[in-house]
Design a protein around this ligand. Structure first.
Ligand code: COA
Length: 575
């Protein structure tokens, strides 16, 4: 079938559904829901058999749903309606939640139900639930709905006739519903409120007497800070986060958005104020005892070292890259012969930290200089990984990876991804950025010159399975988070215990030496950085403009041509 994806943005759910449907043999094109007339034009050009709307912020126009079946993905259980579905579910501590695929009609989320799926609701950020449980349930439900539509003869049940309908109509969640009462709210309540609003819109609050939205909260078990501190007081700082007292404990707040600005690490957005708080640093890199917030943590088991790096949104600033490199260099002094780089739960890495770079423009700093520092710190980290000659290194992607983050992963000997993860191993979407992280060395040697050029040019997301097929990664493991972790640990321990480990390390050293003799890594880096210097400091401001819009979340005013295939010159509806 020809399926048009009508969506607010090409977010990870849209990417996943597009890839899955394409895999099933359907022809996919994408249009951003910018205006009724644009959507109507896309329908006229593409003449779809079916329209799927993975992520919409407004209703589909009647001119479209009257004449075409439009399947809308709603992130709520059957019967749930309204624009804050996940927010209410998380904030009210629902045990189970779900996704419903409805047919668009005049009333929002009220059409007949084509398919649905449920899942146990984890205590986690809304964006994390969206990227894991919602993504999985939506993929399952959309596949079922599309199969039912394709087979013909299926009549979707009206909402009123659905036996499983137990949801209700709930309004937009307002900031008044989210407000934290620091005097009364316990840590668990504060976490639920911030999680329900994370990544968007955050909880309106204030820090250091300044209004801001807060994000990225983690609990602290130890009693830290002044003994006479009162609930609401700020107690301490650590890396990007500050610690704030609740009525029965404390929470770390990692990110904030000051009014009129964009999301930033708290200790950067309030740099001067945070610096005055006592710093409670963690000693070394070992996983800390007890519940606390730790962005880089190392563990060991069965001859394998595991390095976690839980950076919010997978964005890696200059400081974070340098710290991670120091942790990696230290891990290489441990006896473990296999080193697993686990990244974070939601993202492995999305490359250089565009928000921190943009923040340089708020003061008298230079975003070009900060971009330069960041890419060099990222390259130093990638080099540390490539030059790990006494260990087998494995990058294990439990979460998505994008741009430089994909090539940082590829700098490891092996890359394994969880089924369901999306990879975007290309840079051009960010204002035609050339990219670095030694990709010109790492990519062609894996996939060949022609395929490397195609990956960079086509700018398409890859599913974990697609990435194995294109040889970009080595294995696609279980989709379930726990099963993935267990499988990673088992496979890594097998490599560590295998009798051929010494030979394998010897072969790795020989291969690296051969490559170095042919063309030194320094030469790849110089060539890439020559392009990047032009991106950052040259006449063409495309990268700075693209970053500005990305960070400030400017609304798209057209669908990129590589996604809207129906707008290709010469595209014709097949007879
Ligand atoms: N720097 C700062 N923030 C980043 C980031 C980066 N490199 N990459 C992603 N983010 C943020 C997004 O702004 C968004 O923020 P939010 O919490 O306010 O919503 C969040 O991470 C999730 O990103 P989103 O785009 O919604 O996730 P996705 O899974 O749908 O898409 C990507 C993933 C990688 C395709 C997309 O985030 C992207 O293009 N990122 C930029 C990659 C890049 O160009 N890096 C620089 C070159 S190395």
């Amino acid at each position: 079938m020809r399926i048009l994806l009508l969506t607010h943005a090409f977010n990870s759910l849209t990417q996943r559904l597009g890839a899955e449907l394409q895999r099933l043999g359907h022809e996919i094109s994408i249009e951003f829901d910018i205006a009724d007339s644009v959507a109507e034009e896309a329908v006229a050009l593409f003449r779809p058999d079916l329209i799927v709307a993975p992520y919409l912020r407004r209703a589909i126009p009647e001119s479209i749903w009257k004449h075409h079946v439009c399947l809308v993905v709603h992130p709520g259980i059957v019967g749930d309606r309204g624009p804050s579905a996940l927010d209410w579910a998380i904030q009210s501590g629902e045990a189970e939640w779900g996704v419903t695929v409805l047919q668009a009609e005049a009333e929002m989320d009220a059409g007949p139900v084509w398919a649905s799926a449920t899942f146990p609701l984890r205590e986690a950020k809304k964006a994390s639930i969206y990227r894991h449980e919602v993504m999985q349930a939506a993929t399952q439900a959309v596949r079922q709905a599309v199969e039912r539509f394709a087979a013909g003869g299926y009549t979707p049940a009206p909402l009123s006739a659905c036996k499983e309908a137990r949801g209700s109509v709930r309004p937009l969640m307002h900031q008044a519903d989210r407000a934290i009462d620091w005097q009364r709210d316990e840590t668990a309540t504060v976490l639920r409120k911030i999680n329900a609003a994370d990544g968007f819109p955050g909880v309106a609050d204030s820090l250091f007497g300044t209004a801001c939205h807060i994000f990225d909260a983690s609990p602290e078990a130890a009693l830290l800070g002044a003994p006479d501190a009162r609930p609401g007081d700020l107690l301490a700082r650590r890396q990007t986060a500050v610690l704030r007292k609740t009525s029965d404990g404390a929470v770390w707040i990692g990110h904030v958005k000051r009014t009129g600005d964009f999301k930033l690490p708290t200790t950067l957005a309030f740099a001067g104020e945070s610096a005055a708080l006592p710093e409670i640093a963690l000693e070394g890199w070992w996983r800390a005892e007890g519940q606390t917030w730790q962005d880089i943590a190392y563990e060991e088991s069965e001859g394998v070292g595991f390095l976690h790096f839980e950076f919010y949104n997978g964005a890696m600033s200059t400081t974070q890259c340098r710290r991670l490199r120091a942790a990696l260099a230290w891990a290489k002094t441990r006896p473990a012969r296999v080193l697993v780089l686990l990244g974070g739960t939601d993202f492995w890495s999305n490359g250089i930290h565009l928000n921190v770079i943009e923040a340089a423009s708020l003061g008298d700093g230079s975003p070009a200089d900060e971009s330069w520092n960041n890419i060099n710190a990222m390259n130093d980290l990638a080099l540390e990984l490539i030059e790990t000659d006494g260990r087998i290194t494995v990058a294990t992607l439990a979460g998505n990876a994008g741009a430089g983050g994909c090539f940082l992963a590829r700098a490891a000997d092996l890359v394994w991804a969880r089924d369901g993860v999306m990879l975007n191993p290309h840079y051009k979407n960010m204002g035609n950025l050339f990219g670095s992280e030694y990709w010109t060395y790492l990519l062609p040697r894996r996939v060949g010159d022609e395929a490397a050029r195609a990956i960079m040019r086509n700018r398409q997301p890859l599913t974990a399975q697609g990435a194995v097929e294109s040889r970009f990664i080595d294995a696609c493991l279980a989709g379930d988070q726990d099963a993935f972790r267990i499988d990673v640990a088992r496979r890594a321990a097998e490599i560590a215990a295998a009798p051929d480990l010494v030979d394998r390390l010897e072969a790795k050293r020989a291969c690296r030496a051969q490559d170095e003799a042919k063309k030194p890594l320094a030469a790849y880096r110089d060539e890439e950085l020559n392009h990047m210097r032009r991106n950052f400091y040259g006449f063409d401001p495309s990268y700075h403009v693209a970053r500005h819009h990305f960070v400030r979340k400017s609304l798209a005013s057209w669908t990129p041509r590589h996604l809207a295939r129906h707008r290709d010159l010469g595209w014709k509806v097949p007879e």
